[in-house]
Design a protein. Structure first.
Length: 302
């Protein structure tokens, strides 16, 4: 059965509306899973097409690719004056997207998959949308906190944070495409990123929610797929993010990634050669399906 792709727009804010690609490998009326995939900072969702296709095929399900606000096909570009931060993405965009996908595929297990910053934003969005989700999948994702990096790299991480602070204050927007880190982003978005990078905590401008406390209460199954020797999401950063999800049931897996690539490239290149990540997701979701089925049998027997 061939995979087909349909393009539509789900976001509620017309100025931020983005195209959404669906890779559907399921039969009509199937109950196979649906995965909504969020990209890393500055990366277009289309970069993950090989991953989405492989995941949909391996699960006989659906994989959805969506650009973050201001990235990829989104017209809300920082260089055109768009102003937004984490708040619009985690409290508006992602919950609206999940609502739309859940309505299109009712009764299907729905998983939120996030790579790098996409995993952070997905975790924060779960504060608002946990009722929609069957689980959260983090790939090469950890906090941006410079103190969570290995001691030998910590000075470089701190210098990056300070450079972002300086450039963001000097220019109308952060020119990440020019600097080679993070893509073009509005000042407020980078202020939210910088607060986490400086303190390890999430304090989101424009929101009254204490996300540190709210993350503690997110009681979802979580799969964390980590890359060995990843310089962008090192072990300490992943550990720090997972520690915030204190009520979650967490499974951690580690893979090598594309070993022919340099460590920095490995953080991204798994998406183009996704078999190892897909295998971990398939194993985890299948194990969860069996546990859910067994629990239902035991409940009915009682």
């Amino acid at each position: 059965m061939a995979i087909f792709e349909s393009i539509t727009s789900f976001f509620t804010d017309d100025d931020a509306a983005t195209t959404v690609a669906l890779f559907n490998h399921s039969r009509p009326h199937a109950r196979t899973p649906v995965f909504v995939c969020l990209p890393a900072m500055g990366v277009a969702a289309s970069f993950y097409t090989p991953f989405a296709e492989a995941l949909a095929k391996a699960t006989a399900g659906v994989a959805v690719l969506a650009d973050l606000r201001g990235q990829g096909s989104s017209p809300a570009l920082a260089r055109r004056g768009a102003q937004f931060g984490y708040h619009e993405i985690v409290a508006q965009d992602i919950p609206a997207l999940l609502d739309a996908i859940a309505a299109q595929f009712p009764g299907r297990p729905l998983y939120l998959v996030g790579h790098s910053l996409g995993g952070q934003l997905g975790s924060l969005a779960a504060v608002h949308a946990a009722r929609r989700l069957s689980g959260l999948i983090l790939v090469a994702s950890g906090t941006a906190h410079y103190r969570a990096w290995p001691q030998a790299l910590r000075w470089r991480a701190r210098m990056t944070v300070q450079a972002v602070r300086f450039v963001s204050a000097l220019l109308p927007w952060y020119p990440g495409r020019l600097l080679g880190f993070g893509g073009d982003q509005p000042r407020r978005f980078m202020a939210d990123w910088r607060h986490n990078a400086s303190t390890g905590r999430y304090r989101i401008a424009g929101s009254r929610i204490d996300y540190e406390e709210a993350l503690h209460d997110v009681a979802l199954p979580v799969l964390s797929v980590e890359l060995r020797d990843d310089p962008v999401a090192p072990t300490g950063a992943t550990r720090e993010l997972l520690a915030k999800l204190a009520s979650a049931t967490i499974t951690r897996r580690r893979i090598d990634g594309v070993t022919t690539d340099a460590p920095w490239r490995r953080h991204f290149s798994w998406a183009r050669h996704p078999d190892a990540v897909v295998a971990e997701i398939v194993a985890w979701t299948c194990a969860r399906s069996r546990r859910v089925a067994n629990a239902c049998v035991e409940r009915d027997a009682a």
